[in-house]
Design a protein around this ligand. Structure first.
Ligand code: SF4
Ligand code: SF4
Length: 441
């Protein structure tokens, strides 16, 4: 009998991939690259770290660009391979099928035994099995919630929430339990509905796929007309013996022989089950396999279509632009703005002044002494609030007078250049507008 705790070739591939993924997921917040987390998505402070590269609110467009490139990659992947992402990479499926489902099967048995247990009377055995299952689900949901939160606030902050008194971290403490409840409900109650009803990607896949898209499909040309093997019936039949095993193992309960369906998460369980049957009846494997409509009907090999070429070109351009901007990023980010609604002031010594605000961000993990110096040495900077030394990954504000000699002003608005200097090296130059009286001399 085929084990409904699926053990086929593809299931093993998926298992190994999921082990790698799970280790990466739980270790991710603690992995450091150059002193930075491997991945941090701090949406609260709009600070992101991807593969150890820090992105600040000022770099938000880079993050958006990276997201855009990622979305186009998924679209291309969907055009080429259908919903393979769902079964092999999506965290929802990996946790559901490779963690929670395995625990459930371990405690309650395959889906037939589970159905019997669910419909049966409330015995001691049923209470024990259900309690154990839900207890383990809550523990796992709690672990996932903590890890998930660490990707948002950082592992150090999470450790503080866990180790310090609760009254110092009410919000963090409540967040952990809210996330725990959500994950527990998703994996114990909502389950495949996430893929079939809630997930927008699942709903969109029909827009991206076409007759060239590879996906899990039943080779109806080979399988039909289906029918059970019978010595009494000698009508010609296809290879499908109508055993129903492909339906029994399907986590979303669909019959792949009815054609590609939105509910299919490409988990490959039906391929493994059908291959098992084909081996038993000495027929070639892959009655269910990776096919496109074109490969089944016209017996053609998979092709790289113009549509795929178009999306590939967009991805190359997006990643090219992204790489360019990432390489162009400086160590320090400075914005200078003239104080709004203020006129110029006359200063002793023949100077005219305007007030400016500056925001300085240190993107490195070293202390930085940044100086603002006017490119024209006759123009002075007089601080009201000096930026001081910038902490590592810190930011500071500065307020200062820009003092321009009266004889340098010839128009109502003068363009002034300010150098951003670090250890006597000019990092960049910023242009700003200076307003003053018109000097007719
Ligand atoms: S039909 Fe069901 S078992 Fe087959 S790949 Fe799709 S979701 Fe998995
Ligand atoms: S497992 Fe294969 S042989 Fe059995 S019903 Fe499904 S497609 Fe037919």
């Amino acid at each position: 009998m085929y084990p409904l705790i699926r053990k086929g070739k593809y299931y093993h591939y998926r298992s190994w991939l999921s082990y790698f993924y799970l280790i990466l997921f739980f270790a991710g917040p603690f992995i450091r690259i150059g002193g930075h987390p491997f991945l941090l998505i701090n949406v609260l402070e709009r600070r992101f770290v991807i593969f150890g590269q820090v992105f600040w609110p000022q770099d938000f467009f880079l993050f958006v660009l990276a997201m855009l490139a990622g979305i186009v990659c998924i679209v291309l992947f969907t055009i080429a391979f259908g919903r393979l992402f769902c079964g092999w990479i999506c965290p929802q499926t990996i946790f559901m099928e490779m963690v929670f489902r395995k625990i459930e099967i371990w405690i309650e048995g395959d889906h037939k035994k589970r159905k019997k247990l669910d419909e049966g009377p409330l015995t001691k055995e049923k209470i024990f099995k259900k309690s154990l299952k839900h207890f383990l689900f809550i523990i796992l949901s709690f672990l996932i919630a903590n890890t998930f939160l660490a990707y948002i606030i950082g592992s150090e902050e999470l450790i503080r929430i866990i180790t310090e008194p609760v009254n110092r971290h009410w919000v963090g403490f409540a967040s952990i339990w809210i996330f725990t409840t959500v994950f527990y409900l998703v994996y114990s109650q909502v389950r495949e509905l996430v893929c079939t009803v809630i997930c927008p990607y699942g709903r969109l896949q029909g827009v991206f796929t076409d007759k060239h898209t590879l996906g899990i499909a039943y080779n109806y040309e080979r399988g039909e007309p289906r029918g059970k093997i019978s010595r009494k019936d000698d009508t010609p039949k296809g290879d499908c013996v109508d055993c129903g095993l492909c339906v029994d193992v399907c986590p979303t309960g669909i019959d792949i022989r009815n054609g590609s369906q939105m509910e299919c998460v490409n988990c490959t369980a039906c391929i493994d089950a059908c291959d098992y049957v084909m081996e038993k009846i000495n027929k070639p494997l892959n009655l269910i396999g990776f096919y496109s409509e074109d490969t089944i009907l016209n017996k053609k090999k998979p092709t790289f279509t113009p549509r795929m070429f178009g999306y590939s070109s967009v991805i190359i351009v997006l990643f090219g632009v992204l790489t360019y901007f990432v390489l162009q990023r400086g160590e320090v980010d400075v914005t200078i703005m003239r104080s709004g609604g203020m006129l110029y002031q006359e200063q002793p010594g023949g100077y005219i002044s305007n007030i400016y605000n500056a925001d300085l961000i240190n993107k490195t993990d070293k202390l930085q002494d940044i100086r603002l110096v006017a490119a024209d040495p006759s123009i002075l900077i007089k601080y009201i609030q000096a930026p001081g030394r910038l902490d590592k990954e810190g930011s500071a504000k500065a307020i200062f007078f820009l003092m321009v000699p009266f004889d340098k002003i010839h128009t109502a608005k003068t363009d002034i250049k300010i150098n951003i200097v670090l250890q006597n090296k000019v990092l960049s130059t910023i242009s700003t507008t200076f307003i003053g009286p018109i000097n007719d001399d």
